[in-house]
Design a protein around this ligand. Structure first.
Ligand code: ADP
Ligand code: MG
Length: 265
């Protein structure tokens, strides 16, 4: 099957006053249609840079980024994004915040259809009844839920989540993981999740890509079978413990605190 997202041998350096800063060096990521890939790696290794490449917000120095069989040349509405700090506009209601992307890039939906869709998405993430509230009236977890709806309003082919749950407390985060599974069932998308939470990666994704330290290359790929951790209890099984162990070890290698040889010994 053709992959929906294909990143082939991407290399990139930012130009800085101090000279070129190589951030990506041999990045390979493939995500099939409907797949959900989690990307983990040391802080500053180039994870957000990867999301900007997929979203078409920048072009790599070398290598190729393909989306649905086309070379990515610029931003498109078929990519939705959500970040750690949801930027919601305080002077708009939650409903109007979710509808905002349609004002920037119009869709085929009528005003009524758009509003119905926004209300449906808000109810899907558990925000029914909060449509007319302002962002400051919501908790951090609820704001993140609203931001997720906003990212989905265009029915994006690709949903990019850059550490979306990183600022939330552990229980709120686990609630949102379960919400994500519910959303994925009703609103099919191809997902790329950047996270530093290994439990989150095996709970949500069907494949976890570990990036090396900067400049990042694809260091390790762990497939999570479809019967992988999908309820919170599953995170405490021996299989999950083994997956977490492998990933933790790979992160140590990426951080330069261990070597592959030591791990094998
Ligand atoms: N526009 C930019 N210009 C120069 N350096 C940048 C720019 N964006 C990011 N960087 C640097 O590139 C490296 C990778 O950044 P980023 O992709 O944000 O890492 P991550 O998301 O993995 O923490 C970091 O050292 C960061 O400071
Ligand atoms: Mg980042």
């Amino acid at each position: 099957m053709q992959n929906l997202i294909e990143i082939k041998d991407v290399r990139h350096a930012y130009r800085t006053d101090a000279g070129p800063l190589p951030v990506l060096d041999g990045l390979n990521v493939s995500v099939p249609e409907g797949g959900f890939v989690a990307v983990v790696g040391p802080s500053g290794c180039g994870k957000s840079t990867l999301t900007r490449l997929i979203a078409g917000l920048m072009k790599p120095d070398h290598g190729e980024v393909w989306l649905h069989g086309e070379r990515v040349k610029g931003p498109r509405a078929t990519v939705g994004m959500a970040f750690q700090n949801p930027v919601l506009l305080e002077w708009r209601t939650i409903l109007k915040n979710v509808l905002l992307p349609l004002e920037i890039v119009p869709s085929k939906l009528s005003r009524k259809q758009a509003e119905d869709r926004a209300r449906f998405l808000l109810s899907l993430v558990g925000l029914e009844g909060f449509e007319d509230k302002r962002p400051s009236e919501l908790s951090g977890g609820m704001r993140q839920r609203a931001s997720l709806c906003r990212a989905l309003i265009h029915q994006p082919e690709v949903l990019i989540l850059d550490e979306p749950f990183g600022a939330l407390d552990a229980f709120t985060r686990e609630d949102l993981w379960q919400t994500m599974h519910r959303v994925k069932e009703r609103e099919p998308f191809t997902g790329v999740l950047i996270t530093h939470d290994l439990r989150e990666s095996i709970f949500l994704a069907d494949q976890v890509v570990v990036l090396s330290g900067r400049p990042a290359r694809t260091q390790y790929v762990l497939d999570i079978p479809s019967n992988g951790p999908r309820t919170l209890d599953d995170l405490y099984t021996p299989v999950a413990a083994e997956q977490l162990n492998i990933l933790r070890h790979q992160i140590q290698i990426a951080q330069g605190r261990s070597t592959a040889e030591e791990g094998a010994a």
